[in-house]
Design a binder for this molecule. Structure first.
Ligand code: ATP
Ligand code: MG
Length: 417
């Protein structure tokens, strides 16, 4: 993409009303637009990041047997009354609206009821199970705290998978697979080294749930990390009994602030019971389905990447989620540079290397460099009179201070793998 065609612009000043680093950098870079507190639009660059994160999550969910669909945001009052979660006294984050012809509908703040209600129609016999449907979806929550930028929105985009298993053993086996898939997702997204599988409160059906907590000062949670064991315990369940239970020594843990980027939860029959979600087993008896839920907020994950992988100049995107692999800058107004830069842009595009081409005329080199640092593509390639005179193009990784001059062939072999 040519930057001259990108309608967004970077801004030098930090937004006055944002205290979180992720919102500040993402707004300055033109990745997102703030509509109001806790509500953001994703601009072309931001959408490219979300789409890449979505692809990673989709691949890993499909790998463990997930089957994708798309569920509606509108929620049926009668369905939610079955589990007693329609009442605002019970759930305080609902957005609801009155229908013109009477009655009320809600906007999804989560999916358990809708899935249990829908899947009931497709689960009759043991032969129908297990089942692992999931979807990407916009979720609405009337959150009171909205100081964490896109990490806590009133509207946010998530992936939720629900598992429907015949019994606890089948559920437990899938739960472990999902845990491994989650580790892969965060590793692929570039934050694996900072993200801990964390024991958290499990609700009424299991002792623990698992959160995936990324260590960051911007986090809202407190966790206790056992680095050697590679696990952590959320403060909400941290006590001597749990430590003993998990074989963790108090002397080996460090208290950290962390961001919950995802979580997995055993639901037991909490929703199967109110929805009468049963199947006939091999001897013809009715047995309740065992459910699990597996969520990831894509905006939360994107914001977390920005929080933990940036420097004083801007964002440092991991290649896997960067909007473009290469930010190519044409410097100066000479026709020769323009021609060579255009040729290189065509060549890289033909090789399917994603390039953002800063072809803007009348923009000084210093400004282009500053924008490249702010926007954070993994590679910066400079085409200038000087680079051409020195024998080619200058390539520099976002994480390096100095670049080097390479020939076209060298450039291609560096970028192609
Ligand atoms: P938190 O404890 O941070 O409020 P939660 O426990 O309510 O989160 P879930 O309902 O389990 O979260 O949602 C699953 C995932 O959705 C979370 O792990 C997180 O990644 C994401 N998420 C939750 N709330 C928000 C939000 N307001 N904005 C963006 N992402 C969110
Ligand atoms: Mg939570």
């Amino acid at each position: 993409m040519k930057q001259s065609q990108l309608f967004t612009k970077t801004q030098k000043e930090s937004p006055a009303d944002e205290i979180s680093k992720n919102a500040e950098l993402l707004i300055k870079g033109g990745f997102i637009h703030k509509e109001m507190a806790g509500v953001y639009s994703f601009l072309p660059l931001g959408l490219r990041v979300i789409n890449k994160i979505e692809t990673i999550i989709r691949e890993e969910m499909n790998q463990i047997g997930g089957v994708e669909m798309r569920t509606t945001a509108f929620q049926n009052k009668e369905v939610w009354e079955k589990s007693n979660r329609w009442d605002d006294e019970v759930v305080d984050v609902w957005f609801k609206t009155a229908l013109k012809n009477g009655g009320e509908i809600g906007l999804s703040f989560t999916n358990e009821e809708a899935y249990a209600n829908m899947l009931k129609q497709y689960i009759q016999s043991y032969k129908d199970l297990p089942m692992y449907p999931y979807d990407f979806k916009t979720i609405f929550r009337n959150e009171t705290r909205s100081k964490s930028g896109i990490m806590r929105g009133r509207e946010f985009y998530w992936k939720a998978l629900y598992s429907f298993s015949k019994d606890n053993a089948e559920h437990a086996a899938f739960y472990e697979k999902a845990k491994e898939a989650y580790k892969k997702i965060f590793k692929r997204a570039g934050i694996g080294h900072l993200t801990y599988t964390t024991f958290a409160s499990g609700g009424s059906f299991s002792k623990f749930s698992h959160e995936f907590q990324t260590v960051s000062g911007a986090g809202e949670d407190t966790i206790y990390v056992d680095e050697a064991k590679g696990i952590a315990i959320n403060k909400e369940v941290y006590n001597d009994e749990v430590l003993a239970d998990l074989g963790v020594d108090k002397a080996n843990v460090v208290e950290q602030r962390a961001i919950e980027v995802g979580n997995i939860f055993s639901l037991g029959t909490k929703f199967s019971t109110p929805f009468n979600l049963t199947y006939k087993n091999e001897t013809g008896d009715d047995v309740e389905v065992v459910m699990g839920s597996y969520g990831i907020g894509l905006g939360r994950l994107m914001g977390t990447i920005v929080e933990v992988l940036s420097d004083d100049k801007g964002i440092i995107w991991p290649e896997s989620v960067a909007p473009f692999k290469v930010h190519m800058l044409a410097l100066g107004e000479s026709e020769n540079v323009k021609e060579k830069a255009n040729e290189l842009y065509e060549l890289l595009s033909k090789k399917n290397i994603e390039v953002l081409f800063d072809d803007r005329a009348g923009v000084m080199a210093g400004e282009k460099f500053a924008d490249a640092d702010l926007l954070g593509m993994p590679y910066r390639v400079v085409v200038s009179e000087r680079s051409l005179k020195d024998g080619g193009y200058e390539i520099k990784k976002r994480t390096e201070d100095k670049g080097k001059i390479v020939t076209e062939q060298e450039l291609l072999s560096m970028l192609e793998n």
